[in-house]
Write a protein that binds this ligand. Structure first.
Ligand code: 57M
Length: 359
């Protein structure tokens, strides 16, 4: 919005020219989103507490989690509000890509919100069925995917980190691939969100890395120099990534151990979908396996555990899945598990950045 109102006023005051620059608007989006969450956070937490809209805790989980009963949840509403408000303030509103990302993110948030609300209002931890959730997620991605394919010059080739000349074309199958990336990432973030700050920390790192990649992908000269796919219009996605990183940092303020609020499925499903879609749009889908390695590890631990559990008639690979519960069961304190997962996430983020030069 600022872009549209203030840039035309540069004749009156030349300083308004600064609103042209993606870098400036991205920083504006980070700061705005952070302070929106920081300011509204205590009010939201108080609101949820007064209405006793708190977390239901499973009886079969680690005992250390029983004390978390009643912690306000659905903090994702706050994150989504800050992302949407900050993006709309700072982005160039003619960008189709940003509207698409906002639409898909809010759709996934809506699915999560229905699920959360059913759980807390009935207070019996039963939300939407897994099949119902998957169907709604698939619908959201299919509509988004078709709109994306309708974009002029949308590239259906994949690009692999470290391999600049290997770019297979998925053509019509690209939508299915995008479905796998977006729904997979959404559910992986959801599985990761089981300890204070565990999902939001790597979300900050991942959105930070994609912020940089989308800036580079949207700049023809830099993209050519670094030999990454050039995606016209991706520069505006940088502003969205800024809003995502800023609101996630703001949420971490309250979600850090001991958490005052959980994000709920409204947060985890939408954040995961947003990251997956950004990766798809800027043609760095495979890189997500590295940058979002913590989410991938968590999802794999569940697949391995459930698969082996069924195949072996009740044996387990981990003490408990997802992976973070394994370490809790081994006796690690919650903050230790979380900070160590953050360290892994930061190292993976740096590795992803290194792929820019190593190709
Ligand atoms: C949801 N949700 C947290 C909170 C958060 C297939 C199976 C492995 C699925 C998995 C599952 O349901 N995962 C997705 C994980 C829950 O948090 C809420 O859910 C939102 C995210 N969706 O925002 O609203 C609990 O996590 C804790 N938490 C924190 N801090 C946070 O900032 O401490 C969350 C956020 C909260 C709170 O305790 O109540 C969750 O874990 O339920 N299922 C599991 O994760 C279960 N694993 C399991 O059954 N493993 C089996 C195998 C055979 C599948 C095994 O290994 O034997 C565990 N879930 C729980 N306890 N709660 C089992 C133990």
């Amino acid at each position: 919005m600022f872009y549209h109102f203030l840039v035309p006023l540069h004749n009156v005051f030349s300083g308004f020219n600064v609103f042209r620059y993606i870098t400036f608007r991205c920083i504006g989006a980070i700061v705005t989103a952070f302070f929106l969450v920081a300011f509204l956070g205590p009010r939201f937490i108080e609101f949820m507490r007064q209405r006793q809209l708190g977390q239901v805790i499973r009886e079969d989980g680690p005992e250390s989690h029983f004390s978390k009963r009643g912690v306000p949840t659905m903090g994702g509403l706050l994150i989504l509000f800050a992302i949407a408000a900050s993006t709309l303030l700072w982005v160039n509103l003619t960008s189709h890509l940003v509207w698409l990302i906002l639409g898909v993110t809010l759709w996934f948030g809506g699915i999560g919100a229905i699920d959360d609300y059913r759980k807390i209002s009935k207070n019996n931890s039963i939300g939407l069925s897994a099949r119902g959730k998957l169907l709604l997620q698939t619908l959201g991605v299919l509509v988004g995917g078709l709109l994306l394919l309708g974009e002029p010059r949308f590239d259906t080739h994949l690009s692999f980190p470290f391999l600049k000349n290997f770019r297979p074309d998925l053509d019509g199958f690209y939508v299915l691939f995008a479905l796998l990336v977006i729904v997979g990432c959404s559910n992986a973030v959801n599985l990761t969100d089981g300890l204070d700050g565990l999902a939001i920390g790597p979300t900050v790192v991942t959105s930070g890395v994609y912020l940089l990649f989308s800036y580079l992908a949207g700049h023809a000269g830099l993209a050519a120099y670094l030999q990454i796919p050039y995606v016209p219009g991706a520069g505006e996605v940088t502003v969205f990534c800024g809003a995502l990183a800023g609101s996630s940092l703001g949420f971490l303020w309250f979600n850090a151990f001991p958490a005052q609020v959980f994000m709920g499925d409204v947060g985890s499903l939408s954040l995961g979908a947003a990251l997956g879609l950004v990766a798809v749009i800027i043609k760095q889908e495979i890189l997500l396996v590295i940058v979002g390695g913590v989410f991938v590890m968590e999802a794999l631990s569940v697949i391995i555990q459930v698969g082996y559990f069924k195949a072996s008639g009740g044996k387990r690979v981990f003490l408990m899945a997802p992976f973070h519960h394994h370490f809790e069961k081994k006796g690690w304190q919650e903050p230790k598990v979380v900070v160590r997962f953050w360290i892994v996430s930061i190292i993976l983020g740096l590795t992803a950045l290194a792929t820019l030069k190593l190709r």
